[in-house]
Design a binder for this molecule. Structure first.
Ligand code: ADP
Ligand code: MG
Length: 744
């Protein structure tokens, strides 16, 4: 931008913290625009040459030392939107015009009534495309950065992209290309392209490592550079609003019980308790605590169970103890289901050894009246060496420790580490998940999360050798920043699938900036997912679909899933699927000629199409009693350079057909091919039924057969696409990390 004299950071200028501290000491909640620009400039961001003047004559004098045309703006802590009150004049051609503009502004009632710091006289930036770059402090996720195109794109369409700080250059580039209006930056309707590099430079100076937001995280609540004017050669921030954070005392949490233990040891009392105390079981039987005792017994729990009861001798045929400190051995895990008011007292009488207590009782922080009590519970627990899971939850399921709150779950230890903030959904996930073939390394319900956070469990599962993929149902997460840092700093992090409840919550109502108003809860989660090995899903079914894929497939960061092969019966099905998969960036590319020739040489019956998708009608699949599938798949695996194969079978098409039912052979063939090409393309299966009892039963049998060979099975093409898309996302994130760490 040749016509604007841009400031370069100079040693004599005040540094960022000085500018911020000055404003604080003047009792301001926001920086005057000129100081905001000074701050930007100290991070290398181009801003217009400017000067403050308190009257028309001084304004004219200031303009005389700059290059026109000029802009005049009122500067006042009482005026947030200067144009709204007539406080901005652009295109002023001479110092005289500048003086006149100031004099006119002084007459405007809204300005006359305000506390005015002065009038900012600045050089006018040449025309270009207007963008908004923003930043904000989010209480859960910490500093976040935003970019959008100016005007209606931000204000009406909310076409913006967010990320958590710090961002990388790749993140910054992705933010720009995510915008629906991204094409406008490339030049459209006679406009020239703008320098994306210049915009990315500003994004990095604001939100990159060592950037403005990152270095001043304690001070900046919200930041709006609205607009940044960009053209083909550069970008200038012509408005800067910096809102200060209220200074909170950085409350140090102190050392939590078990904090000195390595993470696997810290949560072992929960996942593999040797001793369990149960508070709330009655001699009459039948309440949840009694049921818990029966369930763990039925599940084969091998450790000692201590019912805690003030008076009774025996409960559920077990000897009772009057308090947690009178048990024969120290307790690892305590299950508490009594009236909420009585919980602090029970904890206060514990022996002081480190343990985890899960509080099933409700009536705590989920209601206004219960908030105090919840804090009391946590205080009493910490004072006695105890960490609290819950309250207001159902319990935990840990097959390796043979503990369960749910009835008759699978005994097998699997690879899915789950956490849910809703107990009821926890039961659903175990029941519906295991019906679909999911096996868990653990599932913890955490209810209100008064103490133990889902992030603590993520930390455990990341370190846990049994866990292959982590699944979370979250409603509200207070320590999102810790979660982010954990996934960022763990080498080779495991896939995480997040089912997020409460997505429709509006942006922060009290926000003073565009950025703050646009940053709803879900925006933050989308940003989180875009930067980490976390895939977001919207329903319990999608949650199970994605977990099923990660449980059975091995992610291939060296080959992020993009090219898919569809193979099965049902021409319409594959036409529809081709379109649908393409929407997810899963391309059904035609096979190389050599593959086609080899497939054609199989001389399959007429009606078979050996391009991609491979349409094989029932008659084809019946060839060699079904052995044909293995032949086709072998050719695909050997030559097709594909990332994922989706084999779909419409069971209805086989019903009532002459000849031997080839389906079992088809599956066995697929299992065999997959074994021979271990490490190759992902293999998933779609089994479609017509919903009749007979076919649903048949489907269940076939599914078992496939699942036991480690093949994830879906009911339809669409959920398989969704699952593969989640796989693709995690693979791409891991690939980006590899690339990043090679750079470093
Ligand atoms: P507001 O407080 O109303 O947001 P701005 O400082 O953003 O005030 O000014 C309003 C508009 O005037 C900007 O959106 C931009 O189009 C234009 N503008 C302001 N300053 C300059 C400048 N130095 N160069 C070019 N245009 C400017
Ligand atoms: Mg503005």
């Amino acid at each position: 931008m040749s016509t604007v004299t841009q400031e370069k950071p100079a040693v004599s200028k005040p540094d960022a913290s000085e500018i911020l501290q000055n404003a604080r000491s003047e009792g301001r909640s926001a920086l005057p625009e000129s100081d905001g620009k000074e701050l930007l400039s100290s991070y290398g961001i181009a801003v217009p040459q400017r000067a403050m003047a308190i009257d028309p004559a001084l304004a004219a004098a200031a303009a005389a030392g700059m290059k026109g045309p000029f802009v005049v703006k009122v500067s006042s802590p009482d005026i947030l939107h200067k144009s709204d009150v007539g406080g901005v004049k652009v295109g002023l051609q001479s110092p005289e015009a500048v003086a006149e503009a100031v004099a006119e502004m002084q007459e405007i009632p809204a300005i006359a009534a305000a506390r005015v710091d002065g009038f900012l006289v600045e050089e006018m930036a040449p025309a270009g495309r207007e963008l908004v770059i923003g930043g904000m402090y989010d209480s859960r996720f910490g500093q976040m950065i935003m970019v959008g195109l100016g005007g209606i794109f931000v204000e009406v369409l909310a076409d913006v992209s967010f990320r958590l700080c710090p961002i990388t250059r790749d993140d910054a580039a992705a933010m720009l290309s995510e915008l629906r209006g991204a094409k406008l930056l490339e030049g459209a309707r006679g406009l020239k392209a703008v320098s994306k590099e210049a915009v990315i430079d500003i994004l990095m100076a604001v939100g990159g490592e060592g950037g403005l937001l990152v270095e001043n995280a304690e001070d900046i609540a919200e930041l709006d550079l609205n607009p940044v004017i960009a053209n083909e050669s550069g970008a200038v921030a012509v408005d800067a609003r910096v809102i200060l954070r209220e200074q909170g005392d950085a409350a140090s949490k102190g050392n939590l019980p078990g904090a000195d233990l390595p993470v696997l040891e810290r949560w072992k009392p929960m996942f593999e308790p040797k001793t369990i105390a149960v508070v709330g079981a009655s001699t009459k039987g039948g309440n949840v605590a009694n049921i818990f005792i029966r369930r763990i017994k039925a599940f084969g729990y091998e450790g000692e169970i201590y019912p805690i009861h003030p008076k009774a001798e025996e409960v559920e045929d077990l000897k009772c103890y009057p308090s947690l400190s009178e048990t024969p051995k120290p307790v690892d895990y305590t299950y508490i289901a009594i009236g909420g008011d009585a919980v602090p007292d029970v904890l206060a009488k514990a022996s002081g050894n480190y343990q985890v207590a899960q509080v099933i009782s409700s009536g705590f922080g989920e209601t206004e009246e219960g908030k105090e009590l919840e804090a009391d519970v946590v205080r009493a627990a910490h004072a006695n060496g105890i960490r609290i899971a819950g309250p207001n939850c159902l319990g935990l399921y840990s097959p390796r420790g043979k503990v369960t709150f749910a009835a008759d779950p699978p005994a097998k230890v699997g690879g899915i580490g789950a956490v849910t903030q809703s107990g009821g959904l926890g039961t659903d996930i175990i029941k519906r998940g295991s019906a679909r073939g999911l096996y868990f390394s653990g599932l913890v319900t955490l209810g209100n999360c008064a103490d133990i956070s889902p992030v603590d469990m993520v930390e455990y599962y990341l370190a846990d050798p049994e866990t292959k993929v982590i699944g979370l149902y979250l409603e509200e997460l207070r320590d999102g920043r810790r979660f982010f840092d954990l996934l960022r700093t763990t080498p080779n992090p495991k896939p995480v699938v997040v089912l997020k409840g409460g997505r429709s919550k509006l942006g922060q109502a009290a926000a003073a900036s565009h950025t703050g108003a646009l940053a709803g809860d879900f925006r933050a989660w989308e940003a989180f997912a875009a930067q980490t090995t976390c895939a977001l899903v919207k329903t319990v079914d999608e949650f199970i679909d994605a977990l099923l894929a990660f449980q059975n497939l091995t992610v291939r960061p060296e080959h992020p899933t993009r090219k898919v092969t569809l193979f099965g019966n049902g021409g319409g099905t594959s036409v529809l699927a081709t379109d649908f998969y393409a929407d997810y960036g899963l391309d059904t590319e035609p096979f190389p000629p050599a593959v086609r020739t080899t497939l054609e040489a199989l001389q399959l019956p007429p009606g078979t199409s050996v391009a991609n998708p491979i349409d094989a009608p029932v008659r084809t699949l019946q060839q060699d009693d079904g052995k044909v599938a293995a032949k086709i798949l072998d050719i695909v695996y050997e030559g097709a350079d594909t990332d994922a194969v989706v084999m779909h079978i419409n069971l209805a098409a086989f019903a009532g057909r002459e000849g031997k039912d080839p389906i079992d052979t088809l599956i066995d063939g697929a299992v065999d091919v997959r074994r021979r090409h271990a490490g190759g393309a992902h293999f998933v299966m779609v089994l479609r039924s017509d919903g009749s009892q007979a076919l649903d039963d048949r489907k269940r049998q076939v599914r078992e057969r496939a699942l036991s060979a480690g093949i994830p099975v879906y009911d339809e093409m669409a959920p398989a696409a969704l699952a593969l898309n989640a796989v693709k996302h995690i693979e791409s994130r891991l690939a980006a990390r590899l690339k990043q760490s090679e750079k470093e």
